[in-house]
Every structure is written in C-alpha cells, then in structure tokens.
Ligand binder design. Structure first.
Ligand SMILES: *Cc1c(COP(=O)(O)O)cnc(C)c1O
Length: 410
C-alpha cells in the first residue's frame, strides 16, 4: 500500500501493544506503576536497556499512544506530552538553558510565557533578550556564544504579528542556535513547522487538539534537525546522542525531575480530539474568515486584525506560511475601553471566557484580563491595547455569530 495521508495515518496508528479485548479505543491505563517478571527485567527497564514502563511520571501506555499519533502525523523524531502548554515551554527551556545563557525572543508573547521568561527564568541567571523578531538583522545582532535558543510564536496574540520563519531560521542556523516555536495558533494539520526550519515545536494541546476545551495539555515536538554540538548546555550530550541530544536530555532527566507528564485521562481525551482536529480546524477557520470579512464593513469597528485579510500588513507572509485561513482567532478595535466593556456585556451567544479554540466562540478583553496585572507601561511595550477585543471562533453558524457581534457593538 502507498504511504497513507495524515488523517488515515492518525486514525490507524497501531497501539503500543495489542489490546487483550480488541478494544477499538485505546484503554486508559490509570496505573502509577508496573509489575516485573524478574529482578533482571527490572534492571533492564530502570537502566533504559528495555522499553518497559516503570512509573507513570516517566512514561504511560495511554500517553505514549497519544504521543505516537502526534508523531505519525508530524513525522517528528520524538513527541513528549505534558500536562499543559506552559509545562511544555518550561521543560523545553530548562532542557536548553543554564545560568549565564541567554534566550532571544520578543515581548509579543502569551502572558504566562512572558512572565516565565521575565520573572521565573531571570531569577535563575538566564538572560532574556527581547527584540523585534520581524527584524532579522536585530535578531542576528543579539545572538552570541551564550545564546541557547530563539523562541517565537508563529502568530502572536493579541498583536497578530507574523515572523518570517525561513529568514529567521536561516540566520539562527548559520549562528548555530535552535529555533523553538510555539505553534498553538496554527496546528500541525495546517502548518508544517519542519519545512520552515523550526527545530523544536511547542503546542498547547489545551486549545485545538483537546477537542472542545476538555483538558489541559502541552506537546514538545522534536524534529531532530539541529546539531546540538553548538549548544552551550547540550554539547556534551551531543557527542553521545548526536541530533537526538535534546530528546535524550529531556526524557532521561528534565521531564522526570520536573514531574509534569500528561495524565492518562487527558491523553485519552486528547487522542479523541486529535481524530477530529483537521475537520474542526477547517470549519472554524472557514467561519472565522467569513466573519472577519463581514465585520470589516461595520462602521463601529475601527479595525479588524486577522492575518488572512488582504488589508493586513502580514497577509502575504501569512499566506505563504499558513495558507489562506491562518487560525480561528482574530481581534478588533473599538473606540475605547468603555466601548469594549459595553460590547462584552451585551453578548448573548458568544461566551465571555479566556481560552482559544473551544467548540464555542469566546470573547475576551485582553488588556483587563490576561494582561490585567501588568503595568500600563508593560502593556504598552507588549503592544496590548485597551481598545482591543479578542475572538476565538468555534463551530457555530456564521450568521448567528455575526448577529451577536453586530447587536453587541450597537
Ligand atoms: C494557551 C497558550 C499557552 C499555554 O498553554 P496552557 O495549556 O494554558 O498551559 C502557550 N502559548 C499559547 C500561544 C497559548 O495560546
């Protein structure tokens, strides 16, 4: 048979071991530990010479199956599933960074990622070099021998900024620095990170993958396409493990010690979510595109920000990287903060809630919520405006969403 396409591959990924009852859904192995036939077998498992499960903080059959499925469709070398997107980010950075190293990134980041960089990591002697990632020369000028990674989000939220991934990864590659990309906004069914030179892909699977906000989760996807000999921390591991050095450090040390592996129940739900990911993504992004085109024409809205719109300054680059429907999230600006609050309070169908890519459409005023505890100055630096509303589009009918928004901005 020919090589299967990704949806077929995803649905027919074999179980790690055949199920005794031939269950069609992966059984949920709610077990902390696993029994061994002999002391010899136990020694082999605990020293990594046999692939048996020992303890569910390290590996678990249900979670492994979820990881295998993601691996089948991304064609990655390894996938690690953790219990939130933030766990995926923190485990990745702690695998790469040490006191004295620096990370190049932007201030246009998911709120907790920003706080993790600016507060948590700084306290451990890791320097964060915030710069404008849309300016490749600026990125190049910030890289030095202690740079352990360039970290970026493929479409920033709520600024909706798009980085030229091929240009930035070419510079990073030439300087021997890995690119870590948070691709939560455009999932792997629609965006092939590896084709754009990304080395480590991070996804908050809480969003599209969970299948309707059922559970939290995070993925670390390693494409094994970086020479870790140039890494300030991994060059020793690289002599033994070559391009697999990142995964070796992560799986043999960091993730075990931080203890944030995905739970089997979450892995079960996220495996179900994965089965309908591309269908839901198609539907939500198609609704999103129709909605933004209609909203652009309303006089009460100052501007609509979606990189799939021709009016958007990132349109061409976005199209080249993410196709004509780049995600199911957009923002728009009203005349003032008060107008935004009045809008939020008048919504009838759309839910007032944080989160992205639930099956239900969600609205939030980012400046007063996600960024509400930051000072006005930090919000300005992060380009988070008081006049902006963020919408995450779900699976409702587009006419109903349009009516709800139109009524609420009056
Ligand atoms: C939600 C989100 C995260 C964090 O994920 P959690 O699963 O909530 O920990 C990170 N990055 C982006 C872009 C997100 O939207």
């Amino acid at each position: 048979m020919e090589e299967k396409h990704s949806n077929s591959k995803l649905l027919h990924t074999p179980y790690p071991k055949p199920d005794a009852y031939k269950a069609l859904s992966m059984p949920v192995y709610h077990s902390a530990a696993y029994e061994f036939e002999s002391a010899e077998q136990m020694e082999l498992a605990f020293t990594g010479k046999a692939a048996d499960h020992t303890y569910s903080r390290i590996t678990n059959p249900t979670v492994q199956y979820f990881e295998d499925r993601v691996r089948a469709i991304t064609c990655a070398f390894s996938v690690t599933a953790l219990n939130s997107g933030m766990a995926a980010i923190s485990n990745t950075i702690i695998t790469l960074a040490k006191s004295g190293s620096n990370i190049i990134t932007s201030r246009h980041l998911f709120g907790n990622t920003y706080s993790f960089f600016a507060s948590t990591l700084e306290a451990f002697g890791v320097e964060i070099r915030f710069c404008n990632l849309t300016n490749v020369d600026e990125v190049e000028a910030h890289i030095d021998a202690n740079t352990c990674a360039v970290f970026l989000e493929i479409i920033t939220n709520p600024q909706m900024e798009v980085v030229d991934l091929k240009a930035i990864s070419a510079v990073a590659k030439q300087k021997g620095v890995p690119i870590i990309a948070d691709t939560t906004i455009v999932p792997f069914c629609a965006f092939k990170a590896k084709d754009f030179g990304i080395n480590i892909e991070i996804v908050s699977s809480t969003k599209y993958i969970s299948g309707g906000a059922t559970s939290l989760g995070g993925l670390i996807i390693d494409y094994c396409n970086f020479d870790w000999l140039s890494s300030p921390k991994l060059h020793v591991m690289a002599k033994e493990f070559g391009p697999a050095a990142f995964t070796a450090k992560l799986r043999k040390e960091i993730h075990r010690n931080l203890g944030s592996y995905m739970t089997p129940h979450a892995a079960y739900m996220q495996t179900l979510g994965l089965e309908t990911l591309s269908l839901r993504y198609e539907r939500a992004t198609s609704t999103c595109k129709q909605l933004v085109e209609r909203l652009e024409k309303l006089p009460e809205i100052e501007s609509v920000n979606y990189t799939g719109l021709h009016s958007n300054k990132f349109h061409d680059l976005s199209k080249e990287q993410f196709g004509s429907r780049p995600g199911a999230m957009f923002t728009f600006d009203l005349s003032s903060r008060d107008a935004c609050f009045a809008f939020m309070n008048k919504l009838k169908l759309i839910k007032r809630a944080t989160n992205l890519f639930d099956n239900k459409t969600l609205a939030i005023h980012p400046a007063s919520t996600i960024f509400g505890t930051f000072t006005a100055e930090v919000r300005r630096e992060m380009n988070v405006s008081d006049k902006t509303i963020r919408i995450s589009v779900g699976l409702e009918d587009v006419d109903d969403l349009f009516s709800d928004i139109k009524h609420a901005i009056k």
